[in-house]
Design a protein around this ligand. Structure first.
Ligand code: UDP
Ligand code: MG
Length: 307
């Protein structure tokens, strides 16, 4: 069995094309598949359209989440519910072409990989391109994880890799990072990322920045290193400033100024604030994880038997 996971959030305009193209792409290499749509709390007619499509395509299953949990949570729901011995993750806006799944499937079956991900060779949509590239370059440096560059969610995993993913229960999730973390034999297929077919991106700039922050804070100690670096610089600077002040006083060249006092307070104060912010961020994360809340909640599961 082959499972394809697709999270959708207010995508009513492209469900029909998404369903027909995905089903066609899968049928080209296997008759035995399921398409798991995760409806991530859509407020438009997405769910209705999916239920409609299910009448024609009986291999569609729908996981209707109780509210919007975010697309990393939606993918997680899919991973937990997928039954296939191969499981694929794909965005629902047709930026990841379903037609590429055949090539990815061939590669994972014939070349002995456990995971095959799509590697973006440039995007048609200009939006945020520079920012995204910068982020990936930076993340690679900070996390020490190679080959992460330009690999997003689009990927196929075998059952062993999926089970490994499922063992990671953390609340704050960045799946492409987790997928690198688990190791296994990883292969790549190059592709051009299309413009989203219809509608506005559902990941707003704000959501993307938060996702980037999740990636950096949960996969690296870079922010802490920044603190240590700034702290060290600050200490050195003020050591010399202190020596200067002493010499100044010894020789009685001038009255020690008010400005140097105030400046040092400002400088040290701001370094401390940065430190506090970073420590706070980690404390918040520990708090979040220790709450141990479910990553998503299911309102209804439309599987093969559901009417
Ligand atoms: N999505 C989701 N929940 C959200 C935001 C997005 O399930 O809270 C889905 C969305 O419907 C799409 C996929 O995740 O199928 C990727 O979203 P989008 O295209 O907005 O992200 P981008 O391509 O900008 O990373
Ligand atoms: Mg998109």
């Amino acid at each position: 069995m082959f499972s394809l996971i697709i999270p959708v959030y207010n995508e009513e305009g492209l469900i029909d094309e998404l369903v027909s193209r995905s089903a066609k792409a899968l049928e080209s290499f296997t008759p035995n598949y399921e398409i798991l749509f995760i409806n991530d709390g859509s407020t438009d007619s997405t769910l209705r359209k999916l239920i409609e499509a299910r009448k024609q395509y009986s291999r569609i299953k729908i996981v209707d989440l109780s509210r919007n949990f975010g697309h990393q949570a939606a993918f997680t729901a899919g991973l937990e519910m997928a039954m296939g011995n191969y499981v694929a993750m794909m965005d629902g806006d047709l930026q990841d072409p379903p037609e590429l799944l055949a090539e990815m499937y061939r590669k994972i079956k014939e070349e002995g990989f456990d995971i095959v991900s799509g590697k973006r060779q440039g995007r048609k949509g200009k939006r945020l391109k520079i920012a995204t590239n910068l982020f990936h370059a930076f993340f690679k440096q900070a996390s020490g994880m190679e080959d992460m560059e330009n690999a997003g969610n689009f990927s196929i995993m075998n059952r062993a890799a999926v089970n490994a993913m499922l063992q990671m229960k953390e609340t704050i999730r960045y799946l492409p990072g987790l997928r690198m973390f688990i190791g296994f034999k990883q292969g790549y297929v190059d592709y051009i990322r299309e413009d989203r077919l219809e509608g506005e991106p559902k990941m707003s700039l704000g959501k993307l920045i938060l996702l980037g922050a999740d990636a950096i804070f949960s996969f690296s100690n870079f922010p802490i290193k920044v603190c240590l670096f700034l702290g060290t610089i600050g200490t050195i600077v003020f050591f010399f400033a202190g020596v200067y002040a002493l010499v100044d006083k010894l020789f009685g060249w001038s009255v020690l100024g008010w400005s140097s006092t105030v400046l040092s307070i400002y400088f040290l104060g701001s370094i401390q604030l940065i430190f506090l912010g970073v420590v706070g961020e980690y404390v918040y994360r520990i708090y979040k994880e220790s709450q141990n809340r479910p990553i998503y909640l299911v309102r209804k599961f439309y599987d093969a038997e559901t009417e």
